[in-house]
Design a protein around this ligand. Structure first.
Ligand code: UDP
Ligand code: MG
Length: 313
């Protein structure tokens, strides 16, 4: 199969028929074999009925329905598991992303050899204060931390080589960082393509202010797990040792100076409190490192590595 289109949706009943008709038109014009995987993330409107209805006349439509609302990341993760097309396209259900972009995105994966291509909504049709400015800030931070030169990490319209989506696990609010996850999984050829963005036609946005806090916590987790997930002691042990060592030096200095000037009370010296804090913090960090190692050792994935190629096995 050429293409799997994965679409997470939450209460988008009005958009679905138009979206599916449009996708069909693009696919038929280009002669692609395809499937559309609609992941209903616990909608409370008639989205699922609409999907069942659409499937009666449009064979390529497939549906997955969550019992409750788990979030966009979970929906994408399930869609990725089910996908079988050589190229996987994700897009939002609200008609803000245009299916007309599909052929060009697919071309970049198939002909230019990109592992993944992210859409870039260079011109956005969302409110400036609530979306555009926060998004610029978010993208700048993510770009710096991950060293991936993308302008728009969070665009819903993306294309992947099938093996990329089979190698990554998306949860929490991590759909914002799929390029980072892909990079950690070893897929380095990550491209960008300017895509058309349109105003939301029906319904309302499903993401409010809380997305900022959760989003940044998830970035911190990704960076930490990617680098130290399999060796937590290297992180905690380094800072623990450093802190403990500086604390120890300070203590030695304090003890020596007590002999030199016995009248100067230790508790009157700031260095005394600093030394105490550093010694305590150091041993705490060390302990966290050991606990982390124990957990990592017991994890069923401790020795699962992503194998890129196999020969004769
Ligand atoms: N979505 C989802 N689960 C959620 C929230 C959103 O599957 O809990 C879907 C939503 O239906 C849409 C896509 O994720 O297809 C993007 O959401 P939205 O358009 O509300 O985000 P925005 O474009 O405002 O960033
Ligand atoms: Mg939207």
């Amino acid at each position: 199969m050429n293409i799997s289109v994965v679409i997470p949706l939450f209460n988008e009943e009005e958009s679905l028929p138009e979206l599916c008709t449009w996708i069909k038109k693009v696919m038929d014009e280009n002669g692609f074999s395809y499937e559309v995987i609609l992941v209903d993330d616990g909608s409370t409107d008639h989205s699922w009925n609409t999907i069942e209805q659409l499937r009666t006349t449009h064979d390529q439509i497939k549906g997955i329905k969550f019992q409750r609302n788990y979030g966009k990341s979970a929906a994408l993760n399930e869609g990725f598991k089910a996908a079988t097309g050589d190229v996987v396209i994700t897009m939002d259900a609200d008609l803000q992303d245009s299916p007309d972009e599909i052929p060009a995105l697919r071309k970049m994966i198939v002909d230019d050899g990109y592992d993944m291509v992210s859409g870039w909504k260079k011109k956005r049709y969302d409110s400036t204060i609530a979306k555009n400015i926060p998004s610029k800030f978010f993208n700048a931070v993510t770009r710096r931390m991950s060293k991936i030169p993308l302008h728009d990490f969070n665009c819903g319209l993306k294309a992947y080589n099938l093996k990329v989506v089979k190698s990554i696990e998306v949860y929490g609010e991590m759909h914002r960082y799929i390029p980072v996850l892909a990079k950690w999984a070893g897929f380095k050829k990550i491209g960008e393509k300017v895509v058309e963005h349109r105003p939301r036609k029906y319904g309302i946005t499903k993401f409010g202010w809380e997305r900022f806090i959760n989003g940044f916590l998830d970035l911190a987790s990704i960076m930490f797990v990617g680098r130290f997930g399999k060796r937590p002691m290297h992180f905690f042990g380094f800072w623990g040792t450093l802190s403990f060592f500086v604390g120890l030096l300070l203590s030695v200095y304090l003890i020596v100076s007590k002999f030199v000037d016995p009248d100067y009370a230790l508790t009157n010296r700031p260095a005394f409190f600093l030394a105490l804090t550093l010694l305590l913090m150091g041993s705490q960090l060390f302990l966290a490192g050991f606990t982390g190692e124990l957990i990592a050792r017991n994890s069923s994935e401790r020795n699962s590595y992503l194998v890129e190629k196999k020969l004769g096995v």
